[in-house]
Write a protein that binds this ligand. Structure first.
Ligand SMILES: [Ca+2]
Ligand SMILES: [Ca+2]
Ligand SMILES: [Ca+2]
Length: 345
């Protein structure tokens, strides 16, 4: 997956693992977690090639390191109930899939084979986790029960298969595959049957994302030369370049009602957050700052957007929040660490 932080970590160089610092932080009884959706944000935090998963209240209080391990703890995703967080960690020396309670308690390792893994995604019922791995030597999409049982490979082609994303009804998984010669968006049944190619443009297509009602798939493509936000019907029809700016547009996120897509764009020499209707109309620029604003994500009620920005802090990126009209832009995280990829519970 083309993640900005991966590049950052590459620049830092290889990680020297510090032994003997295991264990999840947070404490508390997992079964008793009461979730108020939209009240908390998880994000990835990095410093000196070490990664941790943090959580913070939407008012900026209670900034907490949930993983609290010397290894690289990466790719945090809330379960649909937001009571659990799946993530990857190399705390055993290889990247495995883990699950923990949303307060950091009850860390459970789900995979044990030693192959690289990333991009975990919860099924809509929270019972399964899809992820990408090279368990079989090449990159494929796998699925495992949230208990760790029934690890199953869904793709078998020798090319790259990754970027899994569940449909909202849990029956389909969209993914990226290079089996046809160039990276394209595919979809398959959740058991791996009926793998179907949706894009066929000879260019690079990646990171499919179902709309909340499952009727559309947003994806990124360099079909027009620059990386742009595209959308299509979930059967591959009506493929449309939404952003069409001639500048880098990336990291699309659907609003809860599925009507708008937020993304970041590098226009006029700065990274800023924009939103646009899925029909390609009513584009709005929400941030207008020379700093870098990335990774927009809507609140569950659709009234707020959290994002990453390095404004005001010089070196470090931080978690910010604003209204969907760009109002009241407020910094939430305060640690002297990089903060990236914020998402609401
Ligand atoms: Ca860590
Ligand atoms: Ca493969
Ligand atoms: Ca900016």
């Amino acid at each position: 997956m083309m993640r900005r932080l991966s590049l950052l970590l590459f620049l830092f160089g290889a990680l020297a693992l510090v032994p003997g610092c295991g264990g999840g932080g947070g404490g508390g009884a997992g079964g008793g977690i009461v979730v108020v959706h939209g009240s908390k944000i998880i994000f990835l935090s990095a410093l000196n090639s070490e990664l941790d998963i943090y959580i913070i209240d939407v008012d900026g209080s209670n900034e907490t390191n949930l993983s609290n391990d010397a290894a690289r703890d990466d790719y945090p995703v809330f379960s649909p109930s937001a009571k659990k967080i799946a993530f990857t960690s190399d705390r055993t020396g290889s990247y495995e899939v883990y699950i923990m309670d949303a307060d950091g308690a009850n860390v459970t390792q789900l995979t044990f084979d030693g192959a690289f893994k990333n991009e975990p995604a919860f099924s809509p019922d929270g019972m399964k986790i899809a992820f990408a791995s090279d368990i079989d030597g090449d990159r494929n999409v796998y699925i495992v029960d949230a208990s760790g049982a029934n690890l199953t490979g869904l793709t078998t082609d020798a090319s790259t298969d990754d970027h899994p994303a569940f449909s909202p009804d849990g029956t389909k998984i969209a993914f990226r595959s290079s089996r046809s010669g160039s990276p394209d968006i595919f979809v398959m049944d959740v058991d791996g049957m009926n793998q179907t190619r949706l894009t066929d443009n000879g260019r690079t297509n990646f990171t499919p994302l179902f709309s909340p009602d499952g009727t559309k798939i947003a994806f990124q493509s360099n079909l027009s030369g620059d990386q742009q936000i595209h959308v299509m019907d979930s059967d591959g029809l009506n493929q449309t370049n939404l952003s069409q700016t001639g500048n880098l547009d990336s990291e699309p996120a659907f609003s809860p009602d599925g009507m708008r897509i937020a993304f970041y764009s590098f226009r006029a020499g700065a990274y800023n957050i924009f939103t646009i209707d899925v029909a390609g109309t009513n584009e709005m620029q929400l941030t207008n700052d020379p700093s870098s604003d990335f990774s927009p994500a809507f609140s569950p009620d659709g009234t707020k957007i959290t994002f990453e920005s390095d404004r005001n802090m010089g070196t470090f990126s931080h978690v910010w929040i604003m209204g969907v009209d760009g109002s009241n832009q407020t910094r939430l995280s305060t640690m002297d660490r990089y903060a990236s990829y914020p998402v609401f519970n």
